[in-house]
Design a protein around this ligand. Structure first.
Ligand code: OVM
Length: 394
């Protein structure tokens, strides 16, 4: 058997706008496909994506989780000491984040997050019709997340262009990347500065990460890098996930009714939105040795592109994969990844998603699309540039 080839360009405007037809083609070609445009392998089926995520020994992150191989091309920014590492370094840095962001550590945030969501929904009900991207999907994380980090009030919006740039950088150096770098240039220094101890409040995730350095768990140099990692990964992702949830609930009104009838489903409704949309669409690994994928073997030093969004809609794994179903058993989806690099902030993301939806349920009878929905173009993140909605009061 030979590994099939495809000239599909996952980073073309057309595919980024609507990746689903290309994902289906890639899945049907085989368990692993050579993507001829970029000289990398692509994996679009659920079983193989999951297997690669769970085998860090063969599929390394230390040579970058974007298209560039750090052993061949100098990384364009200081590599993340969490995302772009393997054990043992990864386990030490990740361990600090993991304790700071654990479900138990976050339980104190449930109340303030709920209150912030209720306040926001009160204001949005006054507006009635608005663009849900800036007014809700961005507004909510941009309030609660920097508060929880211990950041000052000023310039919080700077986190958005920074994240946009980094998530673009995992793909090729195309027009999306170039534009994002231009937009983010003025905020890069600010983000670095926010990661330093003296700019973080004495209580919050930032201070807790720096405290780990006092205990010898991180070096003084690593601590701000571990904070930077959280700042980079913590906003654009939840913006996209909350946007996806609103889009789903507006397009599947019976599902919104279902959650209203049983508010305990709010958590799963958010989770299902993460599966359905897969805000983080792709990440790469690099093979450390010849590695088997679905019966084929690829050599050492190859870049492997995992299509998380495709895995999450693979009909080999999911029934009616394109339906948004708030009662679906979502366990096993790879929207947050899997294995040692699985999203360390997922409990925080879930808390945000659940708080937003719970606040909507009691006051809003229906969410309607009220204008032209426009997708945002990013090499890694799937989200919206604009999502006009109308809230029908309960
Ligand atoms: C990091 C980082 C950046 C972007 C995404 C991410 C999804 C992590 O700097 O560690 O995880």
């Amino acid at each position: 058997m030979a590994i099939p080839e495809s000239d599909i360009d996952p980073y073309s405007d057309e595919v980024l706008e609507n990746p689903h037809p290309s994902h289906a083609l890639l899945r049907d070609l085989g368990p692993v496909v050579r993507l001829s445009r970029y000289g990398v392998y692509g994996i679009a089926r659920y079983a193989e994506v999951r297997a690669v995520l769970e085998d860090w020994q063969s599929f390394s992150s230390a040579r970058g989780v974007g298209i560039e191989d750090f052993s061949k091309v100098k990384p364009w920014r200081l590599p993340s000491v969490v995302l772009e590492t393997d054990p043992p370094l990864h386990d030490r840095t990740r361990g600090v984040q993991s304790r700071v962001l654990s479900p138990l550590a976050l339980s104190a945030l449930k109340e303030p997050f709920a209150r912030a969501a209720e306040d926001l929904v009160t204001r949005l009900l006054d507006l009635r019709e608005f663009d849900a991207v800036p007014e809700l999907a961005e507004a909510y994380p941009l309030t609660v997340f920097p508060d929880a980090m211990g950041m000052p009030r000023e310039n919080r919006r700077f986190l958005l262009p920074y994240g946009d740039m980094v998530f673009n950088s995992f793909g090729p150096r195309n027009a999306n990347f170039e534009a994002a770098v231009r937009d983010a240039a003025p905020v890069i220094e600010w983000v670095q500065a926010q990661s330093r101890r003296e700019n973080l409040a004495p209580r919050g995730f930032g201070a807790e990460i720096h405290a780990a350095a006092d205990r010898g768990e991180l070096t003084e140099e690593e601590a701000p890098q571990v904070v930077r990692s959280v700042l980079t990964a913590g906003v654009d992702t939840t913006v996209s996930a909350i946007g996806a949830m609103l889009h789903c609930l507006a397009r599947f009104p019976d599902q919104y009714d279902r959650v209203r009838a049983e508010p305990r489903l709010a958590r799963n409704a958010f989770e299902e939105a993460v599966r359905h949309e897969s805000p983080v669409q792709t990440f790469f690994r690099t093979t450390t040795r010849p590695a088997a994928i679905g019966g084929e073997t690829i050599g050492e030093g190859e870049k492997v592109l995992m299509f998380l969004g495709s895995a999450n809609r693979d009909p080999r794994r999911w029934e009616r994969p394109d339906d948004y179903d708030v009662t679906r058993r979502t366990a096993g989806h790879v929207g947050f990844g899997a294995g040692i690099h699985a999203c360390v902030g997922m409990a925080l993301a879930r808390l945000e998603g659940e708080a937003v939806l719970s606040a909507l349920l009691s006051r809003v009878a229906r969410i309607e699309i009220a204008g032209e929905v426009r997708r945002r173009r990013n090499n890694t993140l799937r989200g919206f540039a604009s999502l006009p909605v109308r809230l029908v009061p309960a």
